[in-house]
Write a protein that binds this ligand. Structure first.
Ligand SMILES: [Zn+2]
Ligand SMILES: [Zn+2]
Length: 242
C-alpha cells in the first residue's frame, strides 16, 4: 500500500520516462525502463545454449553437452556469465549506471540466482574491474564497484577494490576501433598491487557488460600471474549478435 502510494506520488512529482520507448515508468523498482521494456529484455534462465567458457549466446535451447565458441580458447579466465542480454531495459540501465551509481531493484533481484546457477558462490574475493584513475575522477565512481557491492550483499564474499589497478589511461572505445586495436589497448593495462592478497585465491571479477572479453581476460591474466587459482567473470549483461 505504502509502496503503491510512493509510486503514484513519484509519477506526479517526478515522472520518469522510459529511456527505451519513452512511455511512463510505472514503478520505481524498474529504474529508468518501463515494465514492457524489461519484459522484452532476455534474462538468462539456464536453459539457453551458451559457450561453456565465455557465455556466448548460440540459441534458446540448451545443448545436451557443453559447447564452446572457441573464440575464447586463449582467454585467461575460467568462465564468464551474465544476468541477461545487453538490450532494452538492461542496456538502458547500464548506460544510466555510468551516470548514476544506482541499480534498480528489478536488476538487483536477478543477481543472486545468476551467481548461484553459475557456481560463483565459491569465490574467496570479489574484484571489480578497475577504471583508470583519470576515468574514475571524471565519473566520480566506478560502476563495476556498484555491482560488486551488490554482490557482497548477495553472497557475503569480501570485495577488494585495491589489489587490481589499471596502469594507463586507455582511450574510450571508438566505433572505428576494431577488435584487435581494442585488445592491444588493454593487453598490458592491468597490474596487481597486492599480490599477497591474491595468491591462492579464487577470484570473481565483476563488470557491467561483457563484450569481446578482452578486458576481463587481461585482468584474469594479471591475477593468475600473481597466484590466483581461479578467475570467473560476472557481468550484468552479455552483448549478443542476434
Ligand atoms: Zn519502455
Ligand atoms: Zn566462448
Amino acid at each position: 500500500m505504502l509502496k503503491e502510494l510512493q509510486n503514484s506520488l513519484l509519477q506526479i512529482i517526478y515522472p520518469q520516462e522510459c529511456r527505451v520507448c519513452f512511455s511512463q515508468v510505472e514503478n520505481a523498482d524498474y529504474g529508468i525502463s518501463c515494465i514492457k521494456c524489461w519484459n522484452e529484455t532476455r534474462i538468462f534462465r539456464g536453459d539457453e545454449m551458451l559457450c561453456d567458457k565465455c557465455g556466448a549466446f548460440f540459441g534458446d535451447n540448451a545443448a545436451p553437452v557443453a559447447v564452446f565458441c572457441h573464440k575464447c580458447d586463449n582467454h585467461f579466465y575460467d568462465k564468464a556469465a551474465a544476468v541477461g542480454v545487453y538490450e532494452k531495459g538492461m542496456s538502458a540501465t547500464i548506460l544510466n549506471l555510468k551516470e548514476q551509481p544506482i541499480l534498480p531493484e528489478r536488476l538487483r533481484s536477478l543477481i543472486p540466482t545468476a551467481i548461484e546457477r553459475n557456481g560463483f558462490f565459491n569465490a574467496d574475493l570479489i574484484i571489480p574491474i578497475p577504471l583508470s584513475k583519470q576515468r574514475r575522477l571524471e565519473r566520480g565512481f566506478n560502476q563495476a564497484e556498484v555491482i560488486a557491492e551488490q554482490l557482497l550483499r548477495a553472497t557475503n564474499i569480501p570485495v577488494d577494490k585495491a589489489s587490481l589497478a589499471r596502469k594507463h589511461h586507455t582511450p574510450i572505445h571508438r566505433i572505428g576501433m576494431d577488435k584487435r586495436a581494442r585488445e592491444l589497448t588493454v593487453q598490458n593495462a592491468f597490474e596487481v598491487l597486492r599480490p599477497k592478497l591474491i595468491a591462492g585465491k579464487k577470484v570473481l571479477l565483476v563488470d557491467d557488460v561483457f563484450t569481446s572479453g578482452a578486458t576481463a581476460s587481461y585482468c584474469a591474466k594479471a591475477l593468475k600471474k600473481n597466484g590466483a587459482v581461479g578467475v570467473n567473470i560476472f557481468t550484468l549483461a552479455r552483448a549478443v549478435m542476434n
